[in-house]
Design a protein. Structure first.
Length: 710
């Protein structure tokens, strides 16, 4: 039967009316975190309220969450005003609190078999700072008194406050309640957004990086400061997890918004859970940004549980409720890549949940529960890799990144590559620098989207990869700076690319002079404008495919004569390397000019054609994304339909138009046993020929998942 929006809503209403019988987590399951898929965070910063949780009913609230199918809930113990919501001995209890909210909520949820994480905002303090002002974070180098506002101060996580106050408070919560872990928030601002000038940070930076912490935007030490801040995050995690794990082994730690694309470094080995949340005020479309994060988080080894948070309304602090189809779509994006949907709710002052909200959440959770047997334990198939280098990310960030940076993709070039590859239906993952070194050999193609810094380890891995037959695409200023963020006289991968670096042309725009041979890719025969500075190059072993043209005159029109090679192709060992001297992917993210995607598709075709890929999708529009996973001998194809409204400004997903006739072909050395649409377990006809298994997908409304049994 053809799936329609009306049928989708009717089925959701029917499911809501059905008896709630949810798969239960075993109370003694040591792998409970890995087996948890339906997660909820209840946000409640009630510092300004006179009497929070006055009429809170823990039993009724917990039952609503249980009926909605949640397996894990994070809720408040210490808020961003530094108040505790339980009878704390080591902290300051909210002056208007008349009950043990944390304790009541914990007991009610645990009684129903729900795992619990106590929420703690890291840094706000109302007691310790009065006797230890030296531990207060100092955000202004000229104001040594630190960041204290009356009774409230923000503490530095490099100071003794962590060992003497923070960890003891966490231990107090563990001693009082049967919590399964902690949701530690407010960390990203301490480890990536700006400097602290307290004595402990000054001493640590001087010992590890040398010199003073930078105070001016043009200070060359800003780059080293970012590296140092990131290392501090790892030290904090190791310190807290190590201390609490001796108190209660097996605790889970969700350290919010750390070790995601904002901080793309290898997570601490003790960390098993990663969480990305939309930072308010949020300007994006959650499904689109979930897709970007999922391509990165799914490549992080050793992580048992990763998730992205879906806000209830249009951002945190908003009591509105978005369209149910949007939540279902966001959950599908995460599940397709092996992640977990993590719903967010803004609690009312009473703390009692709105049943209407949880009826919607429950409907989405039912679909998640049905899909769990087919997504559990699956891993992305390695086809194409994209590098997201932390050093490249930090190489041009200001000392204190603007708020806008927190609400947009951390790297415009990587986001542009993500957009282009998704629209071209390529199976790919986003790797950090360690991931590239450790796993690149398993991929077939690599994209370096304007990654200015490549370490010696990365360069060695890339050389071996291309030499052995791998395909490489590099663009813009890739490999033009050293590991100290200083300009190089030559490309770090000059031999692989087969070109010589002549310097950076600082211009507002430049052009690629496309010829008639690109017409079959939909690229017009013209000078294609690409905004941004570009690299001036000379070929050594490479062949020029397209010439670069500089802007000329006051109107910045293309010059008559080319400025040198714009796109080159080089044979290196058994592999091929394409280099584009213009910042193609960053321009695609920022400008969205469709010809940029077509140029990227052409370049990928030259070095990694469809016949060489692991999966090929045909007759699908740009708004369909594929995710291709494996588990043992079985493989799983996920099709995701992206849609949005037509408003100017922040779009919201709220309606879906079915897509018909999508053709799926996967490389398969042996004939599969069968192809199933899951979770429905509907048998799908397929053919197997010349090492490829092919089938036509069912009409796609929101999410279609297919299991190919090996």
């Amino acid at each position: 039967m053809e799936m329609t929006r009306r049928k989708l809503l009717r089925d959701a209403a029917t499911a809501c009316a059905m008896a709630r019988v949810w798969p239960a987590l075993a109370a003694d399951d040591p792998a409970w975190l890995k087996n948890t898929f339906r997660e909820l965070h209840v946000d409640a910063h009630f510092g300004q309220l006179s009497s929070p949780y006055d009429t809170f009913d823990a039993e009724a609230s917990a039952q609503i969450l249980k009926d909605a199918g949640f397996q894990m809930v994070s809720y408040f113990a210490i808020c961003n005003a530094g108040y505790c919501y339980f009878p704390a001995k080591l902290g300051v209890v909210h002056p208007g609190l008349k009950r043990d909210f944390t304790g009541e909520m914990t007991a009610a949820l645990k009684k129903r078999g729900i795992r619990v994480l106590a929420y703690v905002s890291v840094g706000p303090d109302r007691r310790f700072h009065k006797e230890h002002p030296d531990c207060v974070a100092v955000r202004d180098a000229a104001a040594p008194a630190g960041n204290a506002r009356g009774d409230l101060a923000q503490m530095c996580t490099n100071s003794p406050w962590v060992e003497q106050a923070h960890i003891p408070q966490l231990r107090e919560i563990v001693a009082l309640y049967d919590v399964d872990g902690f949701f530690l928030d407010n960390l990203i601002s301490k480890f990536l957004r700006g400097a602290c000038y307290c004595q402990y940070c000054r001493e640590s930076f001087a010992a590890q990086a040398g010199g003073e912490i930078p105070t001016a935007e043009r200070d060359p030490r800003i780059f080293a400061h970012y590296q140092w801040l990131s290392r501090n995050g790892t030290r904090y995690a190791d310190k807290v997890i190590g201390a609490l794990s001796t108190t209660k082994p097996g605790l889970a730690f969700a350290m919010n918004h750390m070790w995601v694309t904002r901080n793309p470094v290898k997570p601490p080995s003790a960390l098993t859970q990663l969480v990305w949340e939309p930072v308010p005020p949020y300007p994006g479309v959650l499904s689109l940004d979930f897709s970007l994060e999922a391509r990165y988080l799914s490549t992080q080894p050793g992580i048992a549980n990763w998730s992205c948070m879906a806000t209830r309304g249009n951002g945190w602090g908003d009591y509105s409720l978005r369209d149910p189809a949007a939540y279902r779509h966001e959950a599908a994006v995460l599940l397709a890549s092996g992640g977990r949907p993590y719903f967010g709710d803004d609690s009312y002052p009473s703390g009692n949940p709105d049943p209407a909200v949880y009826r919607v959440y429950g409907d989405v959770n039912r679909r998640t529960a049905e899909l769990e047997p087919f997504v559990k334990g699956s891993v992305p198939i390695k086809d194409t890799a994209v590098l997201l280098s932390a050093d490249s990310l930090w190489s041009n960030l200001p000392l204190a990144p603007p708020r806008e940076w927190m609400g947009t993709p951390s790297s415009a070039p990587v986001a542009g590559a993500h957009k282009a590859l998704v629209e071209e239906h390529v199976q790919f993952g986003i790797l950090n620098s360690d991931g590239l070194v450790e796993s690149l050999a398993g991929y077939q193609a690599l994209v370096l989207p304007e990654q200015s810094i490549l370490s010696a380890r990365e360069c060695d891995a890339i050389r071996r990869f291309v030499q052995a037959g791998g395909a490489l695409i590099a663009t813009g200023d890739t490999g033009t700076r050293d590991s100290s963020n200083q300009p190089l006289a030559e490309f770090a991968l000059a031999d692989v690319l087969g070109v010589r670096y002549l310097g950076r042309a600082e211009s507002r725009r430049a052009y690629l002079r496309a010829g008639p041979e690109l017409g079959e890719f939909g690229i017009p025969r013209m000078d294609v404008q690409v905004n941004g500075a570009y690299s001036r190059i000379q070929t050594t072993a490479a062949k020029t495919l397209i010439e670069a043209v500089a802007p000329a005159g006051p109107k910045q029109a293309p010059a008559e004569k080319p400025d040198g090679p714009g796109v080159t192709l080089n044979q290196f060992g058994k592999g091929k390397a394409i280099y584009c001297a213009l910042p193609l992917f960053g321009a695609y993210q920022q400008d969205g000019t469709p010809v940029f995607r077509k140029l990227a598709a052409w370049m990928l075709h030259l070095v990694h054609p469809a016949a060489a890929r692991t999966i090929v999708i045909e007759s699908a529009p740009l708004n369909v994304e594929i995710v291709y996973n494996s588990r043992g001998q079985d493989r799983f194809v996920h099709l995701l339909n992206f849609s949005g409204d037509r408003r100017v400004g922040n779009q919201r997903i709220q309606d879906f138009v079915p897509v018909h006739g999508i053709q799926v072909r996967i490389r398969s050395a042996a004939r599969p046993k069968r192809v199933l649409l899951v979770p429905e377990k509907k048998t799908i006809p397929f053919e197997w020929k010349d090492g490829w298994a092919g089938f036509q997908a069912q009409p796609l409304l929101v999410h279609g998942a297919y299991m190919i049994e090996g």
